[in-house]
Write a protein that binds this ligand. Sequence first.
Ligand SMILES: Cc1cc2nc3c(=O)[nH]c(=O)nc-3n(C[C@H](O)[C@H](O)[C@H](O)COP(=O)(O)OP(=O)(O)OC[C@H]3O[C@@H](n4cnc5c(N)ncnc54)[C@H](O)[C@@H]3O)c2cc1C
Ligand code: FES
Length: 262
Amino acid sequence: MIQARFPIVARDELAPGTVLLRLRAPALARAARAGQFVHVRCGDSHDPLLRRPISLHRVGVAGADRGGLQPDEVALLLQVVGRGSAWLAQRRLGDELDVLGPLGRGFRPEPKAGHLLLVGGGLGVAPLVMLADEAVRAGLAVTLAMGTRTAAGVFPARLLPEEVEYAVATEDGSLGQKGLVTDLLPALLPWSDQVFACGPWPMLRALRRLLQLTPAKRAQVSLEERMGCGVGVCYGCVVETRHGRRRVCHDGPVFNLDDVVL
Ligand SMILES: Cc1cc2nc3c(=O)[nH]c(=O)nc-3n(C[C@H](O)[C@H](O)[C@H](O)COP(=O)(O)OP(=O)(O)OC[C@H]3O[C@@H](n4cnc5c(N)ncnc54)[C@H](O)[C@@H]3O)c2cc1C
Ligand code: FES
């Protein structure tokens, strides 16, 4: 685990309130795995006191196109929801972020899975893009299904590896199929060997209901809980699982969907 200050080398506002930051962070880039997160200080003083958890969105790799990332760079995709995320989104080129990570247990594709189905609700797409990058590099087939309220929240197709099949649903029908991301899944599930999801709890519940109709499919989900320490000490982030209470920051954030009490 690394704690260091890393400079911002690129900043792109993808939509109002949604910002893509690139950090030059060689040590972090080397250690990071898809589904892990970093705990980021969100102020120059100790206010707010607690760091905020942000998924590793992407890591630059020599010889691979990762949305323009250079090797040794790490990307974070941020959505402004409150004070901490607003402070982060206001940082400029050259500013440094105080980052602790990589933290947690990431996604674990099964060795025999050849076709991965990734399901993102809103900003839940953030960690899935790194999984898509890694899977494409490993020669796996990847379908990414994403759902948001309107077209403005859709992750830009131009930033995805061209090998990824991309399916979009918007609640207002302004892009892709009108409806929820889970409406896309009956057509996509039969082709997939393993499912990976990140998004709001109602989306995860709907995914579980769909998977109960096709019990052979296994799914891993990345959970979001409010965090304190981020390293397994404070028990501020526990969730109920079939194996008892588990810490999202230390035992997750990625869990088998079957194990989570939704
Ligand atoms: C493992 C993990 C990965 C994450 N990855 C990302 C990411 O890649 N990009 C990103 O933008 N955000 C991500 N988040 C969510 C992010 O941590 C929160 O949005 C952030 O902590 C909010 O801080 P704030 O000070 O801006 O808002 P606050 O002022 O603390 O809260 C504002 C509002 O957001 C709600 N909220 C705050 N934190 C959470 C949370 N964890 N889950 C649900 N609701 C919350 C609060 O209840 C409140 O309504 C992730 C969270 C976790 C646990
Ligand atoms: S945030 Fe402290 S144990 Fe998870």
